[in-house]
Design a binder for this molecule. Sequence first.
Ligand SMILES: Cc1cc2nc3c(=O)[nH]c(=O)nc-3n(C[C@H](O)[C@H](O)[C@H](O)COP(=O)(O)OP(=O)(O)OC[C@H]3O[C@@H](n4cnc5c(N)ncnc54)[C@H](O)[C@@H]3O)c2cc1C
Length: 532
Amino acid sequence: MNQAHTFDADVAIIGYGPSGLAAALCLGHYGIKTVAFERDKDIYPRARAVTVNDWTMRCFQSLGLDEELAETMDPTVALRWVTYSGQQIMRMDFPPSRLGRHPTSYAIYQPSMEKVLRAANERHSDCVDVRFGVEVIDLQQDENGVTVSAKNLATGDIKTTRARYVLVCDGGASATRERLGIKLIGETREVKWVVIDARVKRWWPERHILTFWSDSKRPVVDIALAQGNHRWEFPLEPHESEADFSTHEQLWTLLNSLGVTSDDVEIHQHAFYRHHVRHAERWREGRAFLLGDSGHLMPPWAGAGMQSGIRDAFNITWKLREVLKGRLPASLLNTYEAERAPNVAFYTGVALQLGRLIQQQLSDEELAAMAPKPGEPPPEPPLLWNPWYEAGWFTGSVAPDSAVGKMVPQPRVGDAHGRLCWLDDQLGSGFTLLGDGVDPRSLLSVEDADAWSGLGARYLCVLSPDQRGKGVDDIVDLDGALLIWMRRFGVKVIALRPDRFVAATDVGGLSVPDAVGESPNVHITQSVKTTV
Ligand SMILES: Cc1cc2nc3c(=O)[nH]c(=O)nc-3n(C[C@H](O)[C@H](O)[C@H](O)COP(=O)(O)OP(=O)(O)OC[C@H]3O[C@@H](n4cnc5c(N)ncnc54)[C@H](O)[C@@H]3O)c2cc1C
């Protein structure tokens, strides 16, 4: 057979950090033959990301991994911005989540989280082949597929692997992105930060409140990580260098300035890094897609860097599944960047804004805009806004007053068999149409019903707890959250994608979306929007 049509795998993944690992987990869950290449033998030992939120946990819930992961995490209670003189500039207490069974935010310890995820992926060894200690050294593509050349770093052997698509997850310094001729646009900030990770020896007041010591000269991030770890991040001043903080004795001068002593913690490790505000000029080249840090880098203030890579993985993989199974056209893959790039731009904007708050760079007008108006509840911080996409695989208008493009809330539900569970546990990993008190099929044309059924869609009638069930396809919205949400948008039927975003409603039309869009050219530093 012609080599161009012979494949070792459907999907190749370059890099097995959080983004590549999340992609491999999804593809394994879908039963798609995958090969992942990772240069390092072990998990990167330094904790980098410090939080995950309810959106990310909902992603892992769809793989049945959220409970296992939650055991390695601690719920985050609140964030506060304080000055060294003790003035509290702002405080944000995390409200209960609207997205499911987990708290709105968790503190994590990244190496532990990756360990759980890697172990989980071993369950997919029948279809996901992970090759450690192997560096990808070349990538070629043609109209049918990609050829990945990888070198075994122990033996020096070079092997080629042929796949239909490749997910580029090799981090911020991605050599693959360069090989694809994709530029990384943006800037790297001058200031260098020293990140100190420590093991806690005893409790101190309000250790569990994530604190930003706000100051124009020495703003400090002070975060309780999970599993008895704690993190501080200090910016170096212009006259300081890495050499000034190379020993524990020198690092202690920084911690002591916050009143933290060796009775409180033991320094575990430290590292220096700069903040990047960068994104790839495009996220796709032929059959190659950039995910995670290879496609975008943001400052850590919104805690959204790693999470954005994980969400990239959850976005592209169900689309690859549909295309590989021949159920949706290859143009669906264009919607990956159309959906994810504006979302990453939004969180980058939030991170930049929070960074300015911490460094006391916000004007009085900007601070006033964030403060509660007299007699009104405080404005909801953008960090807490429910997930939504601005453009992509949707039918009808994606506007603030439309349910289309938004992630559906996740209430507790009861089913016709008397089982009480979370909504997503009823949805599985496919498409579902939900009707408010009606069988969704009753509002579909014959063509639309055929098209959704062709995608394997399920049809569920959502009842309120005071209604009597009509059949096996009923679910009862025990919290009322789902029906209230649908009625707020005036919709009777919503069509949900595998990632829990609303693809279509009876108001904007219930046809299966077209997928033709070109990749957008989104400027990543766009300012934070004020409306959803
Ligand atoms: C100090 C700090 C704090 C942060 N805090 C947060 C936070 O609170 N929340 C958050 O969400 N994010 C945070 N981040 C960002 C987060 O750590 C990254 O966004 C995340 O690790 C990116 O994951 P990735 O898989 O895309 O890339 P990486 O983690 O960089 O993984 C890339 C992988 O590819 C492998 N690789 C590279 N080249 C090759 C090759 N040629 N062949 C094979 N393998 C290759 C590498 O060995 C690596 O394992 C923080 C980052 C830093 C530095």
